[in-house]
Design a protein around this ligand. Structure first.
Ligand code: ACO
Length: 446
């Protein structure tokens, strides 16, 4: 939208109401009209602004893309001020209440909710592609006993590209479809193998009779029993956690998938880039820090002293605050509802001191001007660590638990990028700030 009043001071031409920007380059006095579409201007429109014929033209500078839309997308909508999250237009609350992770994965990937037949086919396809080649299992065995599970996942997802070389035909609809199915199907298997490897336990093959989350629980926990029967409360809690983590528009890992995918590499390699980005502590690792913080606080009596330290700037209240949400993260509200259920199912609810500390900490922070003035509310990571801990998932696995559901989001975003006519290989510019035209000196003269 154009400004209501917008007059150029030189010529006095009234431009109110126009969807454009009048830009005067004060270096030359020239004025340019730049089109505004969907609240954005095209960075390339600034290239025409030059001080001389051989000038390269004006660029925009935006490290970390904090104010740059790098694509159009129909997948995920976030309104951070209002605390709204929608997948393909459906509010996250409704999806968590009514849907399953696999149905949500279908919605993200295909752009619409499936009919019963479509859902049955999708579920059948995903269920029947959960096995990985035995050599992938051998590759997991090759890791050190203490290898980080995220490092193992990163390598094994990337390795899938070597098993499915036809996936590099990214213009082939069938190949794209198969890659989407395989990635969503095999990620839990790779994650569970990494978990069992860390414990020195034999790997458990997928069980096609179980639901998507139920099969994952089986691959984690099955021991000598002939058939593992997941607790439906845990199955449901995991399903909801996975719906919540399935997509979150252009975050660091999704942008990585799109950037790497824009080179037209196969989707397994592009998704491996997403896993690598998620591995970083500023992205997928905050739930681990939130749990460590609760452990450190110890008891409710220590909350006051802890909050004093936070307000003095000594440390941060982990699991609070978000770059986009300046309101309660809708995902945190939903997770909180499932914490009690999981603790009850695992027997960890009785006198759970960390939960008591977390609830009291949240209450006191939301009552404190420091946090309310800065619009700091619990985010998705405040309570998710408690659920993972109750499921006896070691903290090193927390980010892996995030990567499993985010795979459907990465796949959906990759498919959208491949089909987008505006897609070009991602190739940002730089401001060169180094030396020029130095003269090489032989090593003895330096
Ligand atoms: N505890 C205490 N103070 C905080 C916190 C926090 N968790 N988060 C922000 N603030 C304060 C900052 O000190 C700053 O105060 P100031 O204006 O007096 O300097 C103000 O709030 C604004 O903070 P920024 O760091 O500018 O906010 P930004 O949007 O850059 O950071 C972030 C967002 C990184 C999530 C931050 O809130 C944070 O570090 N939170 C804790 C870590 C965390 O929970 N991360 C998970 C995010 S969800 C996810 O990634 C899936």
């Amino acid at each position: 939208m154009a400004e209501e009043r917008n007059e150029t001071d030189g010529g006095g031409v009234a431009t109110a109401g126009k969807d454009s920007l009048s830009v005067t380059d004060n270096r030359t006095g020239e004025t340019f009209e730049v089109e505004i579409t969907d609240g954005t201007v095209k960075a390339m429109d600034f290239r025409q602004m030059k001080v001389s014929e051989d000038d390269f033209g004006l660029m925009t500078f935006d490290p970390a893309y904090t104010n740059t839309a790098h694509c159009r997308s129909d997948i995920c909508f976030i309104d951070g001020d209002e605390g709204i999250l929608e997948y393909r237009g459906y509010p996250i609350e409704q999806l968590c209440e009514e849907s399953t992770y696999l149905e949500v994965a279908y919605l993200l990937v295909n752009g619409k909710l499936p009919t019963q037949d479509e859902l049955d086919t999708w579920t059948y396809e995903v269920t029947h592609h959960t096995y990985v080649h035995e050599n992938v299992k051998n590759a997991v065995e090759g890791f050190r006993y203490d290898a980080h599970p995220m490092g193992m996942l990163l390598s094994t997802v990337g390795a899938l590209s070597t098993y499915y070389p036809d996936a590099k035909a990214i213009d082939d609809h069938e190949e794209r479809h198969m890659a989407a199915i395989r990635l969503i199907a095999k990620m839990p298997t790779l994650a569970a193998f990494a978990y069992r490897h860390g414990l020195g336990l034999p790997y458990v093959y997928p069980d096609n009779d179980l639901s998507y989350p139920g099969n994952f629980l089986s691959m984690l926990y099955k021991m000598t029993e002939v058939k593992y029967e997941p607790d439906p409360r845990l199955e449901r809690a995991l399903d909801v956690l996975w719906i919540l983590h399935a997509d979150h528009e252009q975050n660091c890992s999704t942008a990585a998938v799109r950037n790497v995918g824009s080179s037209q590499v196969d989707p397994y390699s592009a998704v491996a880039a997403g896993v690598a980005a998620l591995y970083g502590p500023l992205h997928g690792g905050a739930n681990e820090s939130a749990l460590a913080m609760l452990e450190r606080i110890g008891t409710v009596d220590n909350i006051e002293g802890f909050l004093k330290g936070v307000k003095n700037g000594d440390e941060r209240l982990m699991g609070f605050g978000h770059r986009v949400y300046k309101n309660y993260d809708p995902r945190a509200r939903i997770i909180k509802k499932h914490v009690d259920e999981v603790l009850e199912a695992t027997g960890g609810g009785k006198d759970n001191v960390k939960l008591e500390v977390a609830s009291e900490l949240e209450k006191r922070a939301l009552d404190d001007e420091y946090f309310t003035e800065r619009k700091l509310y619990p985010n998705v990571d405040f309570y998710s660590g408690l659920i993972y801990e109750a499921l006896q998932i070691p903290s090193a696995m927390f980010t892996v638990m995030f990567a499993i559901p985010r795979t459907s989001g990465w796949v959906a975003q990759w498919l959208e990028m491949v089909a987008d006519e505006d897609t070009k290989i991602a190739r940002p510019r730089q401001i060169y700030s180094g030396e020029r035209e130095l003269t090489y000196k032989a090593i003895g003269y330096r």
